[in-house]
Design a protein around this ligand. Structure first.
Ligand code: F3S
Length: 63
């Protein structure tokens, strides 16, 4: 599984790193990034939850 944050869409709400800190973090620009790819199998569920929970659907998951 590959996770990508569309920086043009992310509004920096900060939800994804709180749901899945193993994959997402906030950067100095105030926007999120997926810093671990491929997503480790053990956290695929929470990575998907983070994507589903993003209020602006900025996180894209490729299986
Ligand atoms: Fe941005 Fe969505 Fe995460 S707005 S900070 S990608 S939950």
């Amino acid at each position: 599984m590959i996770a990508k944050v569309d920086k043009g869409t992310c509004i920096g709400c900060g939800a994804c790193p709180s749901v899945c800190p193993e994959v997402f973090q906030m950067e100095d620009d105030g926007l999120a990034t997926a810093y671990v790819n491929p997503v480790p199998e053990a956290v695929e569920g929470t990575a998907q939850e983070a994507a589903d929970g993003c209020p602006v659907e900025a996180i894209h998951i490729e299986k």
